[in-house]
Design a protein around this ligand. Structure first.
Ligand SMILES: Cc1cc2nc3c(=O)[nH]c(=O)nc-3n(C[C@H](O)[C@H](O)[C@H](O)COP(=O)(O)OP(=O)(O)OC[C@H]3O[C@@H](n4cnc5c(N)ncnc54)[C@H](O)[C@@H]3O)c2cc1C
Length: 265
């Protein structure tokens, strides 16, 4: 459990940024606090973003925009999200703990943290998403995922081009609500594929060779094999590296097959 000395509700983004910059080492931006509260931490200033209108889901300028304070459960229920990309964003979070938890955990907290096990970042990578930061501006999620975490910026929203692409997500868990042992996501737009693999257990990354297999019509099984060979896999308490490698071949194949089926429909 953490302790908080001062809890503030900034009324503007400028004020939130100014409070954070005063001392980014001891100030903390709050998402739903689901992860933060597991730690033992003394927080000098907790900055609550809930008065800044960041809880909106909008279709704007040709993009689906997810505000940082949007909850994971909203991704499962909001028609603008469930009706797009074959519902991948709702599907990918549906195994995370339970609905009351997903009513608290936010898009901002999930994406900013860049957890290796993150279901959401794996799916967003396959959708070519970008993140919008207060200081850093709009950055491709792929670059953001590869960068170290700096606690001096605020994630404002995630943007995804509303381009009608098809998409599918697959994960394996040791039990229903456990962290994923491995996860894979694919998307397809006009015959061009994007593939990502997460919970390796390192952070999710794109698989260019697997995508090339699909672009060249070599089939889902070949793409799975490419993903297994292309990426590095590690060992932790959930699985060994070899098992994860095998899972990658299976999950990428299944996701690609699912997406091909959706494309037929
Ligand atoms: C028991 C448990 C099981 C979980 N299982 C899974 C799982 O299976 N799959 C999965 O993908 N995830 C899982 N998660 C992670 C969860 O889905 C959330 O990603 C996590 O709780 C963080 O979201 P939050 O909104 O609670 O963030 P918080 O806990 O509030 O914040 C997390 C971090 O992000 C920072 N932050 C929050 N919002 C912003 C912002 N807008 N800008 C800048 N920094 C920000 C905070 O300062 C903090 O450092 C699990 C978490 C828990 C506690």
């Amino acid at each position: 459990m953490y302790t908080i000395k001062s809890y503030v509700f900034p009324e503007t983004l400028e004020e939130a940024d100014e409070l954070l910059q005063r001392d980014a080492r001891t100030s903390v931006i709050l998402g739903g606090s689901c992860w933060l509260k597991l730690g033992r931490r003394r927080i000098a200033r907790a900055i609550d973003l809930t008065r800044l209108g960041l809880d909106q889901i909008e279709v704007k300028d040709g993009c689906l925009e997810l505000g940082a304070c949007v909850t994971l459960h909203q991704l499962e229920t909001h028609p603008a999200v469930t009706s797009r990309f074959d519902g991948i964003l709702g599907n990918c979070v549906s195994h995370i703990v339970g609905v009351p938890f997903r009513n608290c955990a936010t898009v901002g907290g999930s994406v900013f943290s860049r957890f290796g096990f993150s279901d959401l970042t794996c799916a967003l990578l396959a959708l070519d998403a970008t993140v919008v930061l207060y200081r850093g501006g709009e950055v491709p999620l792929e670059a953001f995922m590869a960068s170290p975490i700096a606690f001096n910026d605020i994630l404002l929203k995630v943007r995804i081009k509303d381009d009608g692409r098809r998409a599918a997500y697959q994960s394996v868990r040791r039990s229903t609500t456990d962290f994923p042992t491995l996860a894979a996501a694919v998307s397809c737009l006009d015959g061009q594929w994007t593939v990502s693999v997460g919970a390796r257990p390192a952070r999710a990354v794109r698989c260019e060779r697997a995508a090339a297999c699909l672009n060249e019509g070599k089939g889902a099984a070949a793409a799975g094999q490419a993903a297994a060979g292309e990426l590095t896999y590690g060992t932790d308490l959930r699985a060994g590296a070899d098992y994860r490698k095998k899972l990658a071949a299976v999950l990428v194949r299944r996701a690609a097959e699912q997406c091909m089926e959706e494309n037929k429909g």
